[in-house]
Design a protein around this ligand. Structure first.
Ligand code: 13P
Ligand code: SF4
Length: 309
């Protein structure tokens, strides 16, 4: 008797037919990460999207990440399993106030976190991710005033790390990380006194103050792999557990529930499912389509960031 074809088999077959690459962010469901060609943080995925050779990018992450891939691959098809996979940072930072800020403050350098819409990127001087934000800000001459947007916790973290006084910060927040209460981290530390704490810089300052290491999703994973500790409290989206456990099956990882959903999952990231991934490879929809002019303008700050080693 022939074995039944699974959705995973269908995806692998469609991937071949479409000459597609499957990029997955660390916050995707484990069954999606299982099939991915590349799993990474937003910087790594942007770099992979640039180096890619093929016809279709199936971007298992959120929409702004797929837009970034499209800007780097204007002639390729970029699809996302769910069109509604957005981000609270993107939604809290419309382009009009940024354009108004630019008119009123022509001397400011606008540094935009990659978690922004393509329209906001097009208004920006340089982009950054959580992995390179300190390096990007340090690359701007000290006397230049700057606006950092849209994540206030990342912005404040970068300000503390760089000691930069002439830095204004947009007041956006990630619904997942900004609602991790320090009180619950304290409880987790009491329950696991030997555990090291690692945190994403989108977490509030009192959480970051208790962390042994602060970094992007991939940086947290790397740090836990290199550490001698056996237990970790992980202050980010629990999808990272896939790579953490694969890398160090003998280590233990604990997650803290936030106040937004009483969980540690990103509701936008989790909209993508295996079924929707199969369907988007079949129909090549939802597809990222962007006006040429906006892509041309957004490419400038994106290339500036990618050029920083
Ligand atoms: P990374 O750059 O660490 O992948 O973070 C992206 C993100 O959306 C964090 O919530
Ligand atoms: Fe956006 Fe937060 Fe989700 Fe990351 S975890 S995609 S910042 S809402």
């Amino acid at each position: 008797m022939l074995a039944a074809t699974t959705i995973a088999d269908e995806i692998l077959e469609l991937k071949k037919q479409r000459r597609a690459i499957l990029l997955a962010h660390h916050y995707q469901e484990p069954e999606i990460q299982e099939l991915a060609d590349v799993i990474g943080d937003s910087l790594e995925l942007a770099r992979k999207a640039r180096d890619f050779d093929g016809d279709v990018i199936a971007f298992c992450g959120v929409w702004f990440m797929a837009e970034t891939a499209k800007v780097l691959n204007p002639n390729r098809i970029v699809v996302v399993p769910d069109r509604e996979a957005s981000c609270s940072l993107v939604e809290g930072c419309p382009v009009e106030p940024i354009q108004a800020f630019r008119r009123l403050n022509p001397d400011h350098v606008i540094v935009s976190y990659i978690n922004t819409s393509i329209e906001v990127k097009a208004e920006s001087d340089i982009l950054c991710t959580s992995r390179n934000a300190v390096k990007v800000v340090n690359s701007i001459p000290a006397e230049k005033p700057l606006l950092f947007l849209p994540d206030r916790n990342l912005g404040n973290y970068v300000k503390r790390q760089t000691g930069r006084a002439n830095m204004e910060i947009w007041q956006g927040a990630c619904i997942v990380h900004a609602t991790f209460p320090a009180r619950r981290l304290t409880e987790a530390k009491l329950a696991h006194p030997e555990a090291k704490v690692v945190a994403h810089p989108e977490c509030p300052e009192p959480v970051l103050a208790m962390a042994d290491f602060v970094g992007s999703t991939s940086a947290l994973i790397e740090w836990c792999g290199l550490s001698d500790a056996a237990e970790f409290i992980v202050m980010t989206e629990s999808g990272v557990n896939y790579s953490l456990q694969r890398q160090s099956p003998e280590k233990r990882f604990y997650y803290v529930a936030n106040e937004a959903c009483n969980c540690s999952e990103c509701p936008y990231m989790k909209l993508n499912t295996l079924e929707k991934l199969r369907d988007c490879l079949q129909t090549l929809e939802p597809r990222v389509e962007l006006p040429k002019e906006i892509m041309r303008r957004a490419l400038v700050p994106l290339e500036r960031m990618l050029a920083l080693k």
